[in-house]
Design a protein around this ligand. Structure first.
Ligand SMILES: Nc1ncnc2c1ncn2[C@@H]1O[C@H](COP(=O)(O)OP(=O)(O)OP(=O)(O)O)[C@@H](O)[C@H]1O
Ligand SMILES: N[C@@H](CCO)C(=O)O
Length: 326
């Protein structure tokens, strides 16, 4: 349940006086989500999402996240739009936390993604990348490749209790990634957490993208790698080539990949799997049981990493050059 901070009626009414979106009819905590406290807010002006930013989000990054959502929405990408207050700001303070209100997006995450969902998410990601080229702010990726070894080193000394030999496997993989991580590929704004719970569908069509709190500037193809990892594996751990092909062709219908990006894809997928393996591993070993933060199984990403290690070329993810048939 992601409501870490309770909000009293009086303080909410005071906060709402800064906005021009009508009288509060009701507000209710939202169970989903891990990082922040979210409330469904109904007013005489419509339905909104109220977000209170908790400790795991760096307040200094909020202008980038909110500015990005405003920019993307303003350029036709469907995502929550931060509502502007009477004083012209989008960020305020409520219950001692930075807080903002967003437009409500209809739809829900695809519980069992099909190839058509994968194609749609590929296309939407490419549009995000294309629009993001004009966004003037910059935020370094706080979970980029050089941060992975220190993150691993900060894990408690019990890594091998998750799986025998895991420390050794991670260290050898880090050596591999550090020696070969690509440079010079097209870069720009990436979502960096485009998992199935962050992409909404309505009546089969993609209705919007949420949760920009890992967005940053990094390699565009790294975002594709993250998304392939999140959308194209089956519950039994196998990679679904049809879904991979759909995601990549959806992406390429908007932005064709460069040869160097295609060549780097297997390595970027190993990196993406490592990033989520490590953050999940850290939480697994440090977050107390029964806390609000839902711990996700690091072994899911260990299995994905092992698969990517067997991949020799992007064709094994379903990639075909534009104009060729798969
Ligand atoms: N603009 C929106 N419109 C509709 N629903 C939303 C919107 N923003 C958030 N939600 C709802 O709130 C939930 C949590 O949002 P979000 O994923 O941004 O939270 P979070 O705490 O950053 O979580 P995490 O990073 O763990 O996914 C979503 O799953 C969705 O149900
Ligand atoms: N998407 C992340 C969690 C929060 O962003 C994961 O599945 O590990």
């Amino acid at each position: 349940m992601a409501v870490y901070t309770e909000v009293g009626e009086t303080e909410l009414f005071e906060f709402m006086a800064g906005y021009d979106i009508g009288q509060v009819l009701s507000y209710k905590g939202i169970a989903e989500g891990v990082e922040n406290s979210n409330f469904l807010l109904r007013t005489t002006g419509g339905t909104f999402i109220l977000t209170l930013y908790e400790k795991r989000v760096n307040a200094g990054d909020l202008p980038y996240f909110l500015g990005l959502m405003q920019y993307l929405a303003g350029h036709g990408l469907s995502c929550p739009l931060p509502v502007t207050r009477r004083d012209g700001e989008t960020l305020g303070e409520l219950a001692g936390r930075p807080a903002a209100i967003f437009t409500f997006l209809e739809g829900m995450g695809a519980r069992r993604p099909m190839p058509a969902h994968c194609r749609a998410v590929g296309e939407a990601m490419a549009r995000l990348h294309a629009i993001g080229q004009g966004f003037p702010m910059h935020r370094a990726n706080g979970l980029s490749m050089p941060t992975w070894r220190p993150l691993f080193q900060s894990c408690p000394d019990r890594v091998d209790t998750v799986e025998a030999g895991l420390s050794r496997e991670i260290l050898s993989e880090l050596d591999h990634l550090e020696a070969r991580w690509p440079t010079g590929l097209p870069a720009g704004v990436i979502h960096a957490d485009l998992f199935t719970d962050n992409v909404f569908f309505l009546a089969g069509d993609l209705s919007g993208i949420i949760d920009f709190y890992f967005a940053c500037n990094d390699l565009l193809a790294y975002d594709i790698a993250i998304t392939l990892c999140a959308w194209c594996f089956e519950p039994d751990g196998s990679f679904n080539l049809t879904k991979g092909a759909a995601l990549l062709s959806g992406y390429q219908s908007v932005r064709p990949l460069e040869e160097a990006e295609v060549a780097a894809l297997p390595l970027l997928c190993r990196g993406a799997a490592m990033r989520f393996l490590l953050t999940r591993l850290y939480d697994w070993l440090t977050v107390p049981d029964g806390s609000f933060v839902t711990k996700k199984d690091p072994r899911e990403y260990l299995r994905k990493l092992r698969f990517h290690r067997t991949v020799a070329s992007a064709g094994e993810y379903g990639y075909t050059a534009i104009g060729e048939t798969g």
